[in-house]
Design a protein around this ligand. Sequence first.
Ligand code: AMP
Ligand code: MG
Length: 364
Amino acid sequence: IIVNKKGLQFIMNNYLDLKNIKAFSEYSKLEEAGQIIRNGGLVLFPTETVYGLGANGLNSEAVKNIYVAKGRSSDNPLILHISDIEMLGKIAKDISDVEFKLMNAFWPGPFTIILNKTDAVPSVVAGGLDTVGVRMPNNEIAKNLIKYADVPIAAPSANISGRPSGTNVEDIDQELKDRVDYIIDGGECQIGVESTVVRVIDGIPHILRPGKITAEEIKEVAGSVIIDKHILGKLDANEKVMSPGMKYKHYAPNTKCVLVYNDDKEILRANICKTVGDCYTSNKVPLVICLDENAEFLKNMYQNLQIFNLGSSLDEMSKNIFTDLRKADKTNADLIIIQGVSTDGLGLAIMNRLLRACNFNIIR
Ligand code: AMP
Ligand code: MG
């Protein structure tokens, strides 16, 4: 038995602690996990975005186990993670110049591209589509794990479907520990929101899911970019979407959430205060998740208000948001009030996640 820093217990032979790597040679400890993947097992592993629930991406039985473990709809395809460009040829075909240009610019990194799939990719990975999402992560543990597995690793975010994604092992071990064969603990994820998902149509990149690689950066490389309208909008019933993931409930805590945003900082702050006040009047316990500037203000204003401070930048916010949403569920709060941000740059990815966490319940 191994006990980690939060006192959680793991069986020694299926938990690998790589939080404090001191020498490159330590990555050879990933050989066993790589073998488990190749032989059809499920491995929880870190990437620079969020934790992944990985299986051999060329083995349909192994991949089916991912859908079962997560409770994920079978029409919601998985991303294949590769460690080098040779792997790409096995799984994708008819790649265009613009697509190569984007991969060149953003790989390894938090960037997923939807390509035409080859027959080597089982239909279950692609959720029945004829395309496949591919990413080369920029995280030494992920890269070495894929190398040792010697197959592309199919991996969705590590969480039960609909819940916030996992950005550290402590947040997700309770829900996934008994559903995986092996856990690799790499500490906190650097970025904290999932990769940017792009599909190129007629030479123009369409962002299907925003992430750390921004629309602005993609436009700089490809000359143009289109942000899919569903990224910030609610879907109508039976509406056709380019990415099945858009249809489903996502990132949501169990506690009710409301998003508060306005371009005008004073109005934003006043709306947070009004929502807090409404809670107090109706005997409900509020909890506010917000940036530093508002956290300080609210702390002075309300003595007993629970406040989670997301930090002072979009990067800090993206790193903390999922773990704070999970933490909020462990409090006695009846309502989680979350501060929104402008949709420029990384703000687009953050608002895409928060709108869904709040089920599009927004005060402007
Ligand atoms: P997750 O695995 O939780 O990071 O989510 C992956 C996202 O990528 C989901 O929203 C999927 O719908 C989307 N995705 C994966 N593969 C494809 C594909 N072939 N076509 C369109 N969207 C995809
Ligand atoms: Mg996910």
